[in-house]
Design a protein around this ligand. Structure first.
Ligand SMILES: Nc1nc2c(ncn2[C@@H]2O[C@H](COP(=O)(O)OP(=O)(O)OP(=O)(O)O)[C@@H](O)[C@H]2O)c(=O)[nH]1
Ligand SMILES: [Mg+2]
Length: 338
């Protein structure tokens, strides 16, 4: 082979840059990577994802263990006075870590740990209002130790959430305890609900991401289908309407989905419970409950999908669905590819 046949810009044999030392143009490159949002149940992980995206994508409720599956949400930000000056953060909202028996809880636990293991950065959300749960030694308890170990493999950021409900004097010892437990780790007090300092948290996360090309197209917000989001938001409304009365083992399945010529969506969804008595609770006297649920869910799903939705809800009893692996798959708990 003659010298002329070797293109000028290609390194000659033996001069291939070592992995990790390739030259990137910082003016054009991005910071890009995955940030797992992890923590105990009910600390505000999904509220944070929705706040960051400015969209209601992930189900939020006052009931712990609302999120059952990982949900990807992609957000780009600028980093003024930095090179690279842009970052694309692929957030992964995860189920709250908790002990528990049965395939559904195991599935949730595994999902949270896998997201933490696979991330470039782990953002641990702490509930600033939870006296026991907000201290660093809480992660040493058996239910959370797996998450603690997975998180420590990566750069970590602590998001101390719900500061809208706690006074500064009460927060200071919490911040000090985390600073002592994880020297060098950023601890950012935020309110996912009001949005306070969420931009600061995002910039801290972004600066820890590797430099490299965007991972997803500009216009992509999530990997989840509209059907999955609708299903989750109907379940969220079920939690809102029924609160403590609601059996934990309920699921929502989309049975029919069609777009009308005028662009409206017609959706039929089934709420699956495990016993007749639970069905009676969801239906309510004279069908009142399910009617109100339908009205609320229709509004939330219409807003999230940015179109008019016509929603038909039914209730079905399927005994012990949450202890069957096949049923979990049927209800969309597939691990992120639905
Ligand atoms: N006051 C206040 N409440 C918040 C804040 N963030 C979340 N919440 C509330 O905390 C509750 C739990 O929020 P979620 O976002 O569902 O929490 P999560 O961590 O995703 O919960 P799981 O999915 O069950 O693990 C809801 O009632 C939220 O409205 C916050 O910054 N301030
Ligand atoms: Mg959640």
């Amino acid at each position: 082979m003659s010298d002329e046949s070797i293109p000028e810009h290609e390194p000659e044999q033996g001069q291939v840059p070592a992995p990790g030392t390739e030259q990137v143009d910082p003016a054009t490159a991005w910071r890009a990577g995955f940030c797992a949002i992890v923590g105990l149940p009910n600390v505000g992980k999904s509220t944070l994802l929705n706040r960051i995206l400015g969209q209601h994508l992930s189900a939020v409720s006052a009931k712990p263990q609302t999120t059952r599956d990982r949900i990807l949400g992609i957000h780009a930000i600028t980093l003024p006075d930095e090179l690279p000056s842009r970052a694309q953060i692929a957030y992964v909202d995860t189920p709250g870590v908790q002990d528990g028996k049965g395939p559904l809880r195991r599935y949730m636990q595994n999902g949270a740990l896998a997201a933490a293991n696979d991330a470039d950065v782990v953002c641990v959300i702490i509930d600033g209002t939870d006296r026991r749960g907000r201290m660093p030694d809480r992660l040493d308890y058996e239910d959370a130790a797996g998450l603690r170990d997975a998180s420590r493999k990566h750069p970590m950021v602590i998001g101390l959430n719900k500061v809208d409900r706690v006074g500064k004097p009460e927060l200071l010892p919490v911040i000090e305890a985390w600073a002592k437990a994880l020297p060098g780790t950023d601890i950012v007090p935020i309110s996912a609900q009001t949005g306070d300092s969420v931009d600061v948290l995002e910039r801290v996360i972004a600066k820890l991401l590797p430099v490299g090309p965007q991972l997803f197209p500009d216009d992509m917000v999530t990997d989840r289908s509209a059907q999955f989001i609708a299903q989750e938001l109907i379940r969220e409304q079920l939690y809102h309407q029924l609160g403590k009365e609601l059996p934990y083992a309920c699921a929502v399945q989309i049975e029919a989905w069609s777009e009308r010529p005028n662009g409206d969506l017609a959706i039929s969804a089934v709420i699956v419970v495990e016993r007749d008595s639970q069905k009676a609770i969801v239906v309510g006297r004279g069908g009142n409950r399910i009617r109100e649920l339908g009205i609320a869910a229709r509004q939330v799903v219409s807003q999230a999908l940015k179109t008019t939705v016509h929603l038909n809800l039914f209730v079905k009893v399927l005994e012990s669905w949450s202890s069957g692996e096949a049923a979990l798959k049927r209800f969309g708990y597939t691990g992120g590819d639905a």
